[in-house]
Every structure is written in structure tokens, then in C-alpha cells.
Design a binder for this molecule. Sequence first.
Ligand code: NAP
Length: 310
Amino acid sequence: MTEKIIIIGAGPAGYTAALYAARAELAPLLFAGPQIGGQLTTTTEVENFPGFPEGIMGPDLMFRMQQQAEKFGTRFAYESVTGVSRDGESGLFRVATAGGEYAAEAVIAATGASARYLGLEGEDALIGHGLTACATCDGSFYRNVPVCVVGGGDSACEEAAFLTRFASKVYIVHRRDTLRASKIMAERTLAREKIEAVWNSQIVRYLSDASGELEGVVLKDLATGEARTLDVKCVFMAIGHAPNSAFLGDLVDRDQAGYIIAAGPGGATKTPGLFAAGDVADPRYRQAITSAGMGCGAALEAERYLLSRQ
Ligand code: NAP
């Protein structure tokens, strides 16, 4: 069976694309992948998504988007897509997963971005043992102990504020002497009693105990070059995300960081019938609302493309 359209990714871009495609009676098949609901499922309250003056919890917002897409006929496949290729003659896409292969006339890639880590020695083994990129998921395991957040953006502020509910102390370790977060977030964060900023500093080593749990970090002061130990039981990474675009191979152009470069409106890529939406194609704004807008544009352009094939 050949699908009219396959949407890859279950964040604001994917769900919005699905909503529009479903309402255009294209019966989209959406691959939800490893993080159903995308990055917003790892946040707490979202105050800047229009239409919710009282704020809305990230997971709740994503659940509503999913329901809305489903209501109009989106089908969901809970599998990760491992690769996409296109047959030049028929113009059909082959979408591969661990479990099989699917054919589609058009594809929208809305695979978002994944948390970045520092790339230090022993990092992989510590993930889940005192090293994480999700305060919402893991914060409550670290009650009444000191923890730190790495980064100086909105995510770092949000994570740090959330962690004050549990931890005895929350350090924000940042490589500059000011936060890059929005003014309102930065001010609110630094005003919190439990939060202490550690400026001009970079983690250079993780320290772990005999059972492999993190028990501290070695910091380097970037101004003086001095090293010191910070006793923390968990490090929450908030240093940005890397776009999930590798599975598209040569079908798309990317910038140096791996973000897909659009070749036309609606996230059209250099491959006819393949569109990109949301964080995977947006190094600039990376907001839920802009992702949703990109998903809408991609679905409308995909609909036009499908019409042109008839
Ligand atoms: P971001 O704005 O890119 O900030 C990443 C931070 O990590 C920066 O402070 C950066 O330092 C630091 N960093 C990067 N690589 C590092 C490294 N190797 N070592 C140490 N520090 C490193 O990322 P984000 O905070 O995840 O935000 C991403 C987007 O989502 C932004 O557009 C943001 O506005 C949005 N967002 C919005 C909300 C909200 O409004 N509620 C919440 C979360 C995120 P430098 O400052 O030195 O570059």
C-alpha cells in the first residue's frame, strides 16, 4: 500500500502537519519515534503558546495536539524511522523502520532535535546515573541534595527553576558572565533563593563514586584557569539541541550544525515531495508556535505537491 503522506515526528510541527493533512483528507500516517510529544513533554508550564492565557503544561499541550490530529483521521505508528530514500522514476519514497518499509508519495520530516551533552570522558556511562538533560523527568530523584544545570539559555533557566522544588541548592554553571535567556526568564531565575550562578565556568570532568553514580564535577574557571570541585549529585544538561536530520541522507541540504536548509516555501527541500518542519529545520526560533506554523506550511505545500502529481 502506498501512503499519500507520511509525517515523521510527534512534536508541534508533526502534529500540526498531521492535522492539516488529515483535514485535507490525505489520511496521514505519522511516525511517533522515540519521544512522543517531542521536547515539550520534558518541560513544565508553557506560558507563551497563544490561546492559553493561564499557561498549559507541556505534556498536556502535546496530548491535545495529538488528539486533534487523530480526530480528523491521522493514523499513528509507534516506530522510529531509520532511513528515507526516493525512487527517481516513480517519485515514491521508501520510509524504513526497524520493523519494515513503507511507501509514500510525500514525506514531511518533523523530527526535531535531541539534547546535546558536553562530550567528556565517561559521559555515556553516567547518563541516567547523575547526568541527564531532563529536569521534569529526573528532578524528583534528587531531593535535598545539591545539583547543577549547565547552560545559560531559556532551557537552563526553566530547568533550574523547576529543580528548586526538590534540590537543596541549584547551581547554574555557565561559560559566560550573563545569561542568554530572555530577560524575564533570566531575572526570575536569578532572583530565586536556591539558585546560584557559577559564571565563566565549564565542567571539565565528572566525578563518580564506586557504584558509578555522579558525586561531583571539576570546574574550570575560564577567566583564571583555576580548577575546583563542585559537589553535586546530578548534572542537568541544557546546552541546546542537535537536529535529527541524519536519517535523510543526501535527500536534503544541511547547514554546518545539521539543520535542514529549505529550498522553497513550506520547508520544501531539494527533493521534490520531501518537506521539513520544526526544529530540525529551524536553527533560529525553535519555539513550539513557530514549529506548529512550519508544520502547517509543510502540509499545505505537500498537498499542492500531491495535486501536481495527479
Ligand atoms: P540555547 O538558547 O541555544 O542556549 C544554550 C546554552 O548552552 C547557551 O547559553 C550556550 O552558551 C550554552 N552552551 C552551548 N554549548 C555549550 C558547551 N559546549 N558548553 C557549555 N555551554 C554551552 O538553547 P536553549 O536554552 O535550549 O533554548 C533553545 C530555544 O528554545 C531558544 O530559542 C529558547 O528561547 C527556546 N526556549 C524557550 C522557552 C520558553 O520560552 N519557555 C523554554 C526553553 C527554550 P552561550 O550563551 O555561551 O552560547
